[in-house]
Write a protein of this length. Structure first.
Lengths: 344, 306
């Protein structure tokens, strides 16, 4: 599997580098799979006469490892907020100062000066979202705005719950469920987190990513999930609802950075500016189904997203959201051990 | 003065030397390609993990210790690495059971094929290889479609009224085994068939003539003669089954880790490349030891080749 992705990435990189010789201007984007709107890219290509190539990755760790090796040929990458500080600290990204770009005025105030990139010196918002609990109300009608669905599963859902195996997200959730502070080093709390997880696992049916299809097919009746994924599930089956756990739910945001090794810096900057335009940002959202942090984009949003409860956080749930951070290595090491223990 | 013999010897020596020189580049490439990456893995296993993946160039035996021992997260005591042992045993068990299952299915299949007429044999062989034309992942998803709760089997069972609620097959160990047996079956059938095809069926007739029962013929004549094929098939199935990644994740639901998932975790979210390297090498050693033991055992029984 990994060889195949490496090989195809290398192949694409090769293609990209040969393209460099021919096209007037090029831009090589390294982004999560199934995440980049082809329409918006076409518009960008037409407007600036730049040929865009997109290469996929499947996790923050893969992206970080590959870019750190160097010589990728990519100009742009889209790390999550948890990883942005690492990319900056390791000197992988160029200080393009998006805060001074023409379209920066459109960035919503709550995303204009985030902790992971104070003053937006490096990053431009691509998408943001939440992680909560998705329940099929045909199977369970009780209150579902709690991580208890996952960690203290009600009888109706026992053996029908899935957990998306993102280690850090699961740890964040169980930490909140037990009333902790994220990345807490409190041993007692960590022990309780482990015990809660181990006790909850027999009620889960699976730990996998493929929730849209499996919730749709009825293999799962509930799952932890990202909001955009939940939106797609509801559009396929109106009985499926996304819930914001009252104990605290995670917020995330993916951000466009320009790599230090980029060969097409000017084109990359054009792209950063381009996606802060409300209409373009809405175009991206229409494809990846997440919110975009650009004010004024709502009027261009597709009708089924404008008031979607998955995308527009309800007022009563707003205070419980918290931006997730990457925990310090010591905590991360304990998380890995708990995770191994959980899945042994 | 050189005798004719010496001249001939010198010529031979030159010949040998030339051959080595000519093949040296190829040998070098093979040697480097085979051992180079392994050496990197070995070296990495003795380094310190970097804070966010990768390694720090600092010697540390810590990862090797944590393959076998674990420091309790909470009271810092050292004990046998229970989680790792459980995962190793689960993978080994799965590989063994898969081997047995494919053998039980593959042996009769190969026998059936070998006893057809010359012409139809090619057709059967062709049919056996058809699954190889499709990607492993796609074949696994095909199995998923069949066994899932709203899949083919459960739909039929429900329609026939044999069950009132869908039978949960997907996300169980049975599901993993079904998938593994299906995926690896050709690897078992082909080597057994190759041995079986060479089998002289007159020996089987002779056995019957001497009043051997069917079972006795199978046990005393057929099986010993096709044993090399069985061994080759078992090895071909066992090794990839031990490292199986896709099938357990897709059909088992990823709740319980296999060896490959454990290793992947270290290079991904776990950010402990040295531990991942050490685990990889441990797996290789286990496979090597198992193979040596198996081959030696199989050779000892002194099979006479027909």
């Amino acid at each position: 599997m990994n060889w195949k992705t490496t090989a195809s990435a290398m192949g694409l990189a090769l293609l990209a580098s040969t393209g460099l010789a021919r096209a007037e201007g090029v831009l090589n984007i390294y982004n999560w799979g199934n995440y980049t709107s082809p329409d918006v890219i076409k518009k960008f290509e037409a407007k600036y006469n730049i040929k865009v190539t997109i290469t996929d990755y499947d996790s923050n760790d893969t992206a970080l490892a590959k870019v750190r090796q160097g010589g990728t040929g990519f100009d742009i990458a889209v790390p999550s907020q948890t990883y942005v500080p690492v990319w900056i600290k390791e000197g992988l990204v160029l200080e393009t100062d998006p805060g001074k770009m023409e379209n920066f005025k459109n960035v919503a105030p709550e995303w204009a000066n985030p902790d992971f990139d104070p003053g937006r010196k490096y990053t431009v918002p691509w998408a943001w979202g939440t992680i909560g609990v998705v329940v099929n109300t045909d199977a369970y009608k009780g209150p579902a705005d709690t991580w208890g669905i996952i960690f203290n599963t009600p009888d109706e859902l026992k053996g029908k719950v899935n957990v998306v195996p993102e280690m850090n997200d699961v740890m964040f959730a169980v930490n909140k469920y037990l009333g902790g502070k994220q990345c807490s080093t409190d041993k007692e709390l960590l022990k309780k987190m482990r015990d809660t997880l181990v006790a909850a696992k027999p009620n889960w049916i699976a730990m996998e990513y493929n929730t849209i299809e499996k919730m749709g097919a009825g293999d799962f009746k509930a799952t932890s999930d990202w909001n955009g994924s939940a939106l797609r599930q509801r559009l396929a089956n109106p009985a499926i609802h996304f819930n914001y756990p009252k104990e605290g739910y995670g917020l995330w945001s993916d951000n466009v950075v320009v790599l230090k090794e980029a060969k097409n810096v000017e084109n990359a900057k054009l792209f950063q500016n381009f996606i802060m335009d409300p209409e373009n940002a809405a175009g991206l959202s229409a494809f990846h189904r997440y919110a975009n942090a650009i004010s004024g984009s709502d009027k261009y949003m597709p009708a089924d997203m404008k008031d979607a409860p998955e995308v527009v956080i309800p007022a009563d749930a707003k205070p419980h959201g918290e931006l997730q951070v990457l925990c310090q290595p010591e905590v991360q090491e304990i998380y890995t051990k708990i995770w191994t223990e959980l899945q042994k | 003065m050189a005798t004719a013999e010496e001249v001939a010897k010198a010529a031979e020596r030159r010949d040998v030397r030339d051959r080595w020189l000519l093949s040296a580049p190829a040998l070098l490439v093979i040697f480097l390609a085979a051992t180079g990456p392994l050496l990197i893995v070995l070296v990495y296993s003795f380094l310190t993990p970097g804070a966010y993946g990768d390694v720090k160039w600092q010697f540390s035996p810590e990862s090797w210790i944590s393959v076998f021992m674990e420091r309790d997260i909470f009271d810092d005591t050292l004990s046998i690495a229970g989680a790792h042992v459980t995962i190793f045993l689960r993978s080994i068990k799965l590989a063994v059971v898969t081997t047995i299952a494919t053998l039980a299915l593959g042996f009769p299949t190969a026998y059936f094929m070998a006893t057809r007429s010359e012409k139809t044999r090619d057709l059967w062989l062709f049919l056996i290889t058809i699954p190889f034309w499709t990607n492993l992942l796609i074949r696994t998803f095909a199995v998923l479609q069949i066994i899932r709760n709203e899949g083919i089997i459960n739909t039929i069972l429900l329609k026939l009224g044999l069950v009132s609620a869908p039978v949960q097959i997907l996300f169980t160990d049975t599901a993993i085994l079904i998938g593994m047996a299906y995926v690896y079956l050709p690897l078992m059938v082909l080597p057994i068939y190759a041995s079986m095809e060479k089998l002289d069926f007159r020996l089987v007739e002779a056995g019957y003539d001497l009043y051997a029962t069917r079972f006795k013929v199978l046990r005393k004549i057929i099986f010993p003669l096709v044993k090399p094929g069985v061994i080759a098939g078992s090895i071909l199935v066992f090794i990839p089954a031990l490292g199986a990644y896709v099938t357990p994740v897709v059909l088992g639901g990823g709740k319980n880790m296999m060896l490959s998932n454990l290793i992947e975790l270290q290079f991904g979210q776990g950010r402990n490349w040295p531990l991942g390297s050490a685990l990889s090498i441990t797996v290789m050693i286990i496979v090597m030891v198992a193979l040596l033991a198996y081959v030696r055992n199989a050779g000892k029984s002194g099979v006479r080749h027909g």
